[in-house]
Design a protein. Structure first.
Ligand code: NAD
Length: 466
């Protein structure tokens, strides 16, 4: 493919959360003129000051080089009329019944519609939404855009696959780009917009280098509904892999096999793959739980049972309970016991606390009367705002959390936790009970009691690979 001469487009990104910020930064980096819009005025004010409302490694650096190609507003009238392409990236959090709450999407679609200019603007839905939502958004736009000319507008689905913590890498070097639309104009516009990404015709940022061997993403052009389904099916499958590893881990404990050896043995089969085949405290975060529930509830709407997904969810909940059960195995009554929890966010390198397993663990420890001392390298400030209903004492460092504790639970696999000198650290504890809920501690723990998921606790030091 010859290098393409790219013409910059004008882009509006509605919703500046994890997905919207990544999208805005990526497109501005490629040379497009981008305005990020959010109804949260505090967020907009922060962004205007050059501060990031979320923790995402490398994102600030990327934004800093975009200069005035990237601006922020809370005003639809200043962002939408000029845009060639409008991305909707608002949240779709779960309702109690499992379906996603589409009220933010509906509000955003209405405000977008009221400000469309009647020309060939393309509205792209990047939020994760149930199959059929694209058509619904089209109808909302038709209702609220008086000058709407149906054949001219197009709603396209462009689901997002980034992982928090590695969002930039995932956005710059994705495996695939899914573009779902029912008429050619919208998809063609997105191909134009994403040309630098598709051709990999951009200078890789120094802090997110292009991986060796990476060439370009596969472009998967589909119908609107298929694109919407792809996003859910992908997340459901990844969640399933984790639950599968956890189910096998439970049996490993009973038959004295080691899940780490087992997943190495099965994951090296390219038909299976090693990724997302890790036993531990189970999945969390803003997507897997929400998206599996949404898929199950879509099935219910159509009278179609989805037993594999239901089982994946059940296993995930069981896994969370297992952590406290392992603690009870060693400490028995937890009343009055001091338990250190290392890691609050659902995974390392993010401050996202949504559906984090640590939340349920701390809540359960509260119920059982334990004193919780918690630490997270980046999520503690957010926890102060969002976890006010939980009782825990903040620790200044991982080491400080352990002092005088009866047990420690390693909840999130932050590198710095794995790299602690555990043999020394446990000497400061009242009882050296370590629950490694992510199977990250290598070797044994001669001075303490090490409990892991799906493997014997006091195993001998192991080779890292092979
Ligand atoms: P988020 O909650 O971090 O951000 C959503 C933003 O939208 C917020 O800043 C909110 O203020 C803003 N917003 C709400 N209503 C608005 C409106 N009417 N107009 C303008 N802004 C509005 O959400 P997120 O994590 O970025 O996720 C967004 C969507 O992307 C969800 O559907 C999610 O499922 C999907 N997704 C998320 C991830 C992820 O890792 N976070 C990955 C892939 C897909």
């Amino acid at each position: 493919h010859p290098p393409t001469l790219h013409s910059p487009l004008k882009v509006a990104v509605v919703g500046t959360g994890y997905v919207g910020l990544g999208t805005a930064a990526l497109l501005a980096y490629f040379g497009h003129q981008v305005v990020g819009l959010d109804i949260d005025q505090d967020k907009v004010a922060m962004l205007r000051r050059g501060e990031l409302p979320i923790y995402e490694p490398g994102l600030g650096e990327l934004m800093a080089v975009c200069g005035d190609r990237l601006r922020w507003t809370d005003d639809y009238a200043s962002a939408i009329p000029d845009a060639d392409v409008i991305f909707i990236c608002v949240g779709t959090p779960p309702l109690p019944g499992g379906q996603p709450d589409l009220r933010y999407l509906a509000a955003a679609a209405q405000d977008v519609a009221r400000n469309l200019n009647g020309k060939m603007q393309v509205v792209v839905n990047k939020s994760t939404v149930p199959v059929g939502t694209g058509d619904w958004v089209t109808r909302i736009i038709e209702e609220h855009a008086p000058d709407y000319k149906a054949h001219q507008y197009n709603v396209v689905s462009n689901p997002e696959f980034l992982r928090e913590g590695t969002a930039l890498f995932d956005s710059l070097y994705p495996d695939r780009l899914v573009l779902g639309g029912n008429n050619e104009h919208g998809v063609a516009r997105l191909l134009e917009l994403y040309a630098p990404l598709i051709e990999q015709d951009f200078e890789a940022p120094a802090h997110v280098p292009r991986p060796a061997g990476y060439t370009r993403p596969e472009v998967v052009a589909t119908s609107l509904s298929s694109a919407e389904m792809i996003k859910y099916a992908a997340n459901a499958f990844l969640a399933l892999k984790i639950s599968f590893a956890n189910e096998i881990a439970g049996l490993c404990e009973r038959v004295d096999a080691d899940i780490e050896e087992v997943v190495r043995g099965i994951g090296s089969d390219t038909r299976i793959g090693r990724q997302f085949l890790s036993a531990g405290a189970g999945w969390g975060g803003s997507c897997f739980g929400k998206d599996t529930s949404a898929l199950i509830s879509t099935g219910e709407e159509y009278g179609y049972d989805m037993p594999i997904l239901r089982a994946a969810v059940t296993i995930n909940l069981r896994q969370r309970q297992l952590i406290v059960a392992k603690l009870q195995k060693h400490l028995h009554r937890l009343q009055g016991k001091r338990v250190a929890v290392l890691g609050m966010a659902f995974k390392p390198n993010t401050d996202d606390l949504r559906d984090a397993p640590a939340h349920d663990t701390i809540a359960r420890l509260n119920e059982l009367g334990a004193t919780v001392v918690a630490h997270d390298p980046v999520a503690m400030e957010r926890a102060r705002r969002e976890w006010g209903h939980l009782k825990y004492v903040e620790a200044e460092s991982a080491g400080a959390a352990l002092v005088g504790a009866d047990a420690v639970i390693l909840m999130t696999e932050w590198k710095q936790y794995a790299e602690l000198d555990w043999n020394e650290a446990v000497k400061t504890m009242r009882q050296p009970v370590v629950i490694d809920a992510r199977n990250v501690l290598r070797g044994g723990l001669p001075g303490g009691t090490l409990e892991r998921i799906g493997r014997r606790g006091q195993s001998q030091p192991q080779p890292q690979s092979g």
